[in-house]
Design a protein around this ligand. Structure first.
Ligand code: C2E
Ligand code: MG
Ligand code: MG
Ligand code: MG
Length: 293
């Protein structure tokens, strides 16, 4: 058996697992082969219209089923990928897998107009010919550019502005949508919003999670929604965990959101069950004024 074969070394391995440095070493050692060995997988979190529950799109979120460490969350290995030259390969796998999946769902659920959102790491975005790769993947799976939304963080925007601007312009010509992820926590300036071809602001979940309890967060949300409106951008809230947050978002006119309250990220099979209905059953009554603040 595996246990007999591993003997003591497995025991030592397990004992050291909690050690951060040790975990990181394991992650570093295994990341490259994880891509080839099919140990990575995507989960998808629905983005919904808070008024109707209609599923507007899905965000692809990578997970790694590590044979020893178990299911790893991306924050633990994305950073390793970035610092070990694997971000490009990992990102390419995610983009390809997410687009293949959307191609399939587009075929299976023709009546839904779904957009697939994919997180793009800074390294990927500034890599040579990123737009060429995106174009090729879209063509391969029969997708329109407008069916893909690439999520970049504010810090990418400030990184290599020239490169970023030129890549985003090429992606814009493909019709691909661009969202600024985790908006409100980074360092981009309003000038960037004006000069870059961005379509959507995704409000960081730190501002959404405590909406019910934090007046400061409500002010920030209100400002971001107003900012988006002024620039003609769409706005999406992430991290919706309470009905209170929903009612505030609806009050200020933010109707698109993701959050555990509506749905956690799920594997493809579970998502298919939701797509068969096309909308989520919302845990609040949107027609009733009682649910409003
Ligand atoms: P993100 O792009 O901002 O994704 C949203 C994260 O918030 C996801 O965590 C999601 O599971 C979580 N989330 C969604 N709704 C709620 C909620 O109501 N409450 C709480 N507490 N959390 C919620 P996840 O999957 O662990 O991903 C974390 C981050 O890792 C992502 O943040 C993104 O920056 C990065 N990431 C994930 N997948 C990829 C990928 O394929 N490529 C790259 N470059 N980064 C990725
Ligand atoms: Mg994201
Ligand atoms: Mg555009
Ligand atoms: Mg976020």
């Amino acid at each position: 058996s595996a246990k007999a074969q591993g003997g003591n070394s497995v025991g030592v391995f397990t004992e050291d697992m909690n050690d951060r440095g040790e975990r990181r070493t394991i992650i570093e050692m295994n990341l490259r082969t994880s891509i080839d060995d099919d140990h990575l997988m995507l989960e998808y979190q629905p983005e919904v219209d808070l008024r109707t529950g209609r599923i507007l799109g899905l965000e692809a979120l990578v997970r790694w089923n590590h044979p020893v460490l178990g299911k790893l969350q991306p924050l633990e290995f994305i950073e390793v990928a970035e610092s070990t030259n694997l971000a490009g390969e990992l990102g390419a796998w995610v983009l390809d897998t997410a687009c293949a999946q959307l191609g399939q769902w587009k075929h299976d659920f023709r009546e839904l107009d779904l957009v697939m959102s994919v997180n793009v790491s800074p390294v990927q975005l500034v890599s040579l010919d990123f737009d060429v790769y995106v174009k090729q993947v879209l063509e391969q799976y029969g997708l329109l550019g407008s069916e893909l939304c690439l999520e970049i963080t504010e810090n990418v925007v400030v990184g290599d502005l020239r490169r970023t601007r030129s890549t985003l312009a090429k992606l814009e010509r493909l019709g691909v949508r661009i969202a600024i992820d985790d908006f409100g926590t980074g360092y981009s300036s309003l000038g960037h919003l004006k000069s870059l071809p961005v379509d959507t602001l995704k409000i960081d979940k730190v501002f959404v999670q405590n909406l019910d309890r934090s007046e400061g967060d409500r002010v920030i949300i209100d400002s971001i929604v107003g900012l988006a409106a002024s620039f003609g951008l769409d706005v999406v809230a992430e991290g919706v965990e309470s009905v209170g947050a929903v009612s505030y978002l609806l009050d200020v006119g933010c109707v698109r959101a993701q959050g555990f309250l509506m749905s956690k990220p799920k594997g493809a099979e579970d998502i298919e069950r939701l797509l068969e209905v096309g909308a989520l059953t919302l845990p609040w009554n949107v027609d009733s004024n009682d649910s409003r603040r």
